[in-house]
Write a protein that binds this ligand. Structure first.
Ligand code: GLC
Length: 550
């Protein structure tokens, strides 16, 4: 498809129509929303594009790439936090919820971004970090000043128990989840870093302030929100010790507080106050919601439109501890993804993703060490763009970016990586072994600056993304059809069918570095598109991705 045809088919998709291969018009599923039929592109502004040359990406850099993003067929960009922040957690420690960090530009730049994106049919999606603020937020500065100020109850304060921390909970970034405050002679809870104190959602004034901030961005015309670490906002009624899960005698705070009963009451109020009746989408980061609870979380009666969950990402380590790697099989990855597809088959909608700002690069994470990174990138792209749901591309993924190489722990600018490194040393690993773990799993692998010199006509990964995106836009069965996994027991090939009425496509992706023989029934299907120049019927080459027509 040439550029003109692509634009024509994108317009048709937006209008809820597609062309069948003979050029006939096919009606889209009439109950689908715009965000179910598009592609979202995630931007980590610090490393995306630096327009003023000061070494940090900025809003004007994003503006300069809008044509590129539009040409990819992207209709929403999710920006990780761009609010003022001391950057202890690279922007996820916010000190003002309704301003722009001067590192990234000004509010005028933001308004211009919204407007320039709008004329290209792209909506800007903001990241709401509402479980915690920065310890430099005015609210916390006031709250910590004494026990009597008007905001004294805006965070989670507790007295010491027998002269030490109230519980043995370990924060997600390592060390106790409690920090001492001299002025109040009390501890405060921080699920993440000590510079990220947890907000007290039980206090209605806190909720009102947070909802006001969300409405501030809605009034500016944002197209939705990604909602950070939301499963932690409700705390249990009693704070008690848990059975230690590490050599430090502590237990991960996640096991003690995530998804506590009563959380949905807060979230229903959040939806009612901020999202209901607006033409936006919301996607919550929620990694402990069980499939049988999904109906309360997403869909018609749910609190969000989509949920990011991590069952397919967390196969390679035990309990999210990087120094406890585990070997995983392709069948585990496939069944994790298929379970999510099934869970959202009739209710809610699935955000498909393999990379984000918290993950290493997919070409390293999902494939053997000796896998050709270009072929691996194409293989993963094929799953991403043909499963059922809204695909989320993380910046640079479409260029085939791979993990960075690190030689020392001092090179990392990430609190989580340093926490995992320290934990590994405590577990008895040598510094070299601990560095190996962070090399493999650190999120800084995906946060390094985008190498824009790769965005050329000769980048075959980028071209494959463009081909697949165009192919997706042309095939209604990929947009709204059903998903059925095939060859479920196969340890080399991920295969699934997407069907709408009598229109059927089959995706076949060889995740291994060896040739894969296809079963007879599939071997004879007509190849519609392949990542190999000369695909052979009956066999998938190492890492080959192919879509067949029935
Ligand atoms: C989320 C973000 C991550 C951040 C953490 C604390 O998991 O994706 O980047 O460090 O929350 O806000």
């Amino acid at each position: 498809m040439n550029r003109c045809e692509f634009i024509k088919s994108s317009l048709l998709v937006t209008a809820g129509l597609t062309l069948d291969p003979m050029g006939g018009l096919v009606m889209a599923a009439d109950n689908q929303k715009w965000w179910q039929r598009t592609i979202v592109y995630q931007i980590y502004p610090k490393s995306f594009c630096d327009a003023n040359g000061d070494g940090t990406g900025d809003l004007r850099g994003i503006i300069s790439k809008l044509d590129y993003l539009a040409s990819l067929g992207v209709e929403a960009i999710w920006l990780t936090p761009i609010y003022p922040s001391p950057m202890v957690d690279n922007g996820y420690d916010i000190s003002d919820y309704t301003s722009i960090d001067p590192r990234y530009g000004s509010m005028a730049d933001f308004d211009e971004l919204i407007e320039k994106a709008r004329v290209r049919n792209i909506r800007v999606v903001m990241d709401l970090v509402y479980n915690h603020s920065s310890d430099q937020h005015q609210w916390f500065l006031e709250s910590k000043s004494d026990r009597k100020n008007p905001k004294s109850d805006w965070y989670i304060w507790r007295d010491a128990v027998d002269g030490h921390e109230p519980t043995n909970w370990r924060s997600i970034f390592g060390g106790s989840a409690w920090a001492w405050c001299e002025a109040r002679q009390q501890y405060y809870l921080h699920t993440f870093a000590k510079e990220q104190p947890d907000l007290n959602w039980e206090n209605p004034s806190v909720r009102r302030a947070l909802f006001d901030a969300a409405r501030f961005w809605l009034d500016k015309g944002v197209g939705g929100f990604r909602i950070d670490a939301i499963v932690y906002i409700k705390k249990p009624p009693q704070f008690v010790d848990g059975t230690p899960d590490g050599a430090d005698g502590m237990i991960n705070v996640h096991s003690m507080t995530a998804n506590t009963a009563g959380i949905l009451d807060f979230l229903r109020e959040f939806k009612r106050e901020c999202f209901a009746g607006r033409d936006i989408f919301t996607v919550g980061e929620a990694n402990s919601v069980k499939p049988n609870e999904l109906g309360d979380w997403i869909g018609e009666n749910g609190v969000f439109d989509m949920l990011f969950e991590f069952s397919h990402l967390n196969l390679s380590v035990d309990g999210e501890v990087w120094c406890r790697p585990r070997a995983w099989k392709l069948t585990e990855l496939k069944s994790a993804l298929s379970a999510s597809q099934e869970a959202t088959a009739t209710n809610g909608w699935y955000p498909i993703f393999f990379e984000n700002h918290d993950q290493p690069r997919g070409v390293n994470h999902y494939f053997a060490k000796d896998a050709d990174p270009i072929k691996a990138a194409k293989a993963l792209a094929t799953v991403l763009l043909t499963m059922r749901g809204t695909p989320f591309i993380f910046e640079g993924q479409e260029l085939g970016m791979a993990n960075a190489s690190w030689t020392s722990i001092d090179q990392f600018d990430d609190i989580q990586t340093r926490g995992q490194y320290e934990f590994a040393l405590k577990e008895g690993l040598t510094p070299e072994q601990a560095l190996d773990c962070v090399q493999q799993f650190s999120r800084d692998n995906a946060r390094i600056p985008i190498d824009w010199s790769k965005a050329t006509m000769s980048n075959t990964v980028l071209n494959w993304y463009r081909d697949l995106i165009a192919f997706r836009a042309e095939h209604e069965e990929l947009l709204s059809g059903t998903y059925v996994e095939l060859m479920a027991k196969d340890e080399q090939v991920f295969a699934f069918e997407r069907a709408l009425g009598n229109k059927k496509l089959i995706t076949l992706v060889n995740f291994s570095t060896a040739e894969a023989k296809l079963p007879k029934k599939i071997a004879t299907l007509k190849i519609a598109i392949s990542s190999e120049l000369n695909p052979t019927a009956g066999v998938l080459r190492p890492l080959e991705a192919r879509i067949c027509r029935i």
